[in-house]
Structure formats: C-alpha cells, structure tokens
Design a binder for this molecule. Sequence first.
Ligand SMILES: [Fe+2]
Length: 278
Amino acid sequence: MPRDSKTPLIQKIAHQARLSFRGLRAPPGQDQAVADRLAQLISLVTAIRAADLKVAPPTSEPSAAAAGLQGPPGPQGPPVTYMHICETEVFSMGVFLLRGGASIPLHDHPGMNGMLKVLYGTVSVHCFDKLEGGPSPAPPLFRPPLAPADTASVWRAARRSVTQYSETSGPCLLSPARDNLHRIDAVDGPAAFLDILAPPYNPDDGRDCHYYKVLVPAAGGRSQQGGGGGGGVAAGGSPAGGLLVWRGAVPRPPRLRLNQTTPPGPRQDCRLRRRHDP
Ligand SMILES: [Fe+2]
C-alpha cells in the first residue's frame, strides 16, 4: 500500500497489522525483520487519534452529533460499547467506548498478541501473568470455600504493572507470555481505545476469552476473593508473584454487555467475521 497522505491512517494500520502479525510466524533467523515490522505498526498506532475514527467523548454540543461523532452510550446504555472495524484470519480490530467509571474486568487473550491505544480520556490497565506450573495444586483457604472442582482453575499469577494511558501515550502491548491478563478501567470520565488482537479470538482454536477473579490473601493467613476481577491487594498483602487468579465458573460479567456497532469513520477493506470479546 502506498504511503500517500490520502490513505486514512486506520487503513494503513490495518495493512501494517496484517504484515506485522503475520510475520510473527516467520521462521527462525528473521527476528530483526519481525521486530522492524512490529515497530512500524507501533509507530502508526501511536499516531492515531479519536478524530481519525470520528469518535468523541460525550458532549452537549449539537455540533458533535451533527458532525456524526460517536460517543459512549447514555446513562441507560451499557457501560461498554464495542465498535467493530474488521477481522481477518490474522488480526481483529475495533474500538471500545467506556462510560466514566466503567471497567472491563480481568480477562485473558490465550495465545494472542494485542495492542491497546487510547483515543480519548484515560484508562488504567492492570496487567498480570499466569505463572508456569498450571493450576495451583493447593490453593489456600477462601471465604467462602472454593468447591473442589473450582480449585482446578486457580493459577499462580504475578501482577506485572498498573499503568495509565491517555491519547498521547503509546500503545499498551501484550503477548501470549507477557501481560496477557488485564483489567481496564476508565479513569476520571469516559474513555475510548483502539484494540487490535492477533490472532483473533477463536474458541474452535483454543482462543476463547475467560474472566478471572483475583484471590487475595487476607490477614491471618486466610484468604478471600478479590471482587471485580482484580480488586486492590489487601494492605500488606501479596507481593508480585504471590497472587492467585481464579478462572473457575466466572462467566462474562452481566454488566459487560457489549453493544456492538460500527464506527462512522473510514471503513476497512478486510473480511468480517464473528463476534468479539475484549
Ligand atoms: Fe483485553
């Protein structure tokens, strides 16, 4: 694709995402080429702004609606809206709109890479890694106690980072092995972010989205469940690497009802497929 100024930035991103993420399957010895293609994608994603996708925070000014700008849903709507842009065999791309105070609970992207770029507002991203060794063999005590079947879905985990991103920040990155679990909170008002996942979710290929709770050791050696999939660590509680995350029987949170729509900005020339998860 020629790098002319008439090509919408989101189309350049879609084109580069296909090249960059397809390159992740490159044979050994091409590491530098893969890194270069990924750097090009990061550069393009860093430059995108809300105006490129015609999204904007809510405003009472009628000029915004007249201009076709898409903001978060009103108070009666869901806290999170997803605007699907496109999905191919290599990647999926869309925009999440969060009302002020809304959260996307702790969830994973098994076997996937991701880029999150804030378009407006500020989001706080809590990143975790599952640690090696599979489910924790002997979870500590919880209140209320976990059912025996649930203990098989508890993993040791490490809290890697808590970072705030705004429209001037570079993208938040995740890989299959790093920062793959995350929780996203809108901070100080509504927020929107571009979300690129590669490869896309595909339950038939082992890439389904799961939600988690953080199990927080409590004072006195007992433990309790952290609410909301990643709530605060108890005072004096778990150091990094000492957390447990529970995937057992945690369905899609009922408050996270994605209202799927399409952005009013430039449409993408890539084949559309299935539904989306965060
Ligand atoms: Fe995510």
